[in-house]
Design a protein around this ligand. Sequence first.
Ligand code: NDP
Length: 393
Amino acid sequence: MRRVSVFGSTGSVGESTLDLLARRTDCQVVVLTGGRNVARLAEQARAYRAELAVTAHDACLPELRAALAGTGIEVAAGSAALVEAGARPADWVMSAIVGAAGLAPGFAALAQGGVLALANKESLVTAGALLKAEAARHGATILPVDSEHSAVFQALVGEDIAAVEKVTLTASGGGLRDWPVDQLARATPADAGRHPNWAMGQRITIDSASMFNKAMEVIEAREFFGLTPDKIDVLIHPQSLVHALVGFTDGAVMAHLGAPDMRHAIGYALNWPARAPLPVARLDLAQAGRLDFHPPDPARYPALGLAWQVMETGGTAGAVFNAAKEAALDAFIDGRIGFLDMAWLVAETLETFARNNDISREPASLSEVLETDQEARSRAAALARGLPRPGAA
Ligand code: NDP
């Protein structure tokens, strides 16, 4: 039996992972974790006979304990409990907590030397070098679950990374892609939270509309594949059928295509290095009819360019970028700042942080990354407080 844990099981990627696990008989679920959706976490823990269910919030523990009373399933709460759960023996661990909160549990899981299936893009963006060093130290494998990175990974099977000339990540353009640019400042969280092609959590859906998500993915691609920043680019592809393209020095381009369904990338990581049938819709190109591509407009997506700034700076710039982005997103979701303020806020946080700290120095430890995260988060939150509320005169 393969021992499998799912961090962030109550979320969009977590649910898709459990859907695939439900179809298998060779996996034993060890740990499931959630945040505030305690009822769903308890339901999952019962259905999958998990050993341990963990909620991120101490205040949710009594509800979780009551919901699982008499089942023999262990319960725990809090960020330390999530890290301890990461260290619980498992052969395959899905890292699908949203945000920087996913970093430490995934890091702990690497010490077991198994597979870390990485959906949590914040991990590589904030602590790429540390994560890779930890994986190497323990002989663990990090597999990409983001669909674009899974696509690149698949296109690179049997290839020499030195022969890669360009990696192109595609982007749908998000829920506001057809809005006039001069209207974007007025977009609400509900407007930005509608995705044209993918069903995902609220935060990543808004990040798709701003392209902060793509900026994160560009940095993640650099970390995953060891590419220099000039070898990565982004194209808008409204149909979301081509997930990534890899161009080689001989002029050949390998594209990865498939229906927009996260169960493909999750299933690939679950079956890797083999392939096995997956319950995803088959691609029908005749029905699709056309595949469109165009470069992103920097005026529409000011967040995207910040990825190259972060990559050129290196060090803790990724941690500052992500923390500021999360704080900006919180402020936008709460109606405290406007849609376009998010990119301004993150750029400003990066700049003020760089003025007062040596952010190009590589962090020596995970705790240094987490300290930077906290500091950048509070600076961004303070900057957000200084901005006028949307709609204010
Ligand atoms: P969701 O918002 O749907 O789910 C997030 C999960 O994390 C839930 O289980 C949630 O619990 C839990 N959670 C929330 N806050 C915390 C916290 N502070 N500490 C611990 N757990 C917490 O996110 P997605 O599934 O959409 O995304 C998960 C990760 O995967 C993100 O990093 C995202 O960027 C990445 N990703 C997602 C894709 C997608 O298609 N959705 C595609 C590629 C990557 P609860 O809901 O119970 O509060």
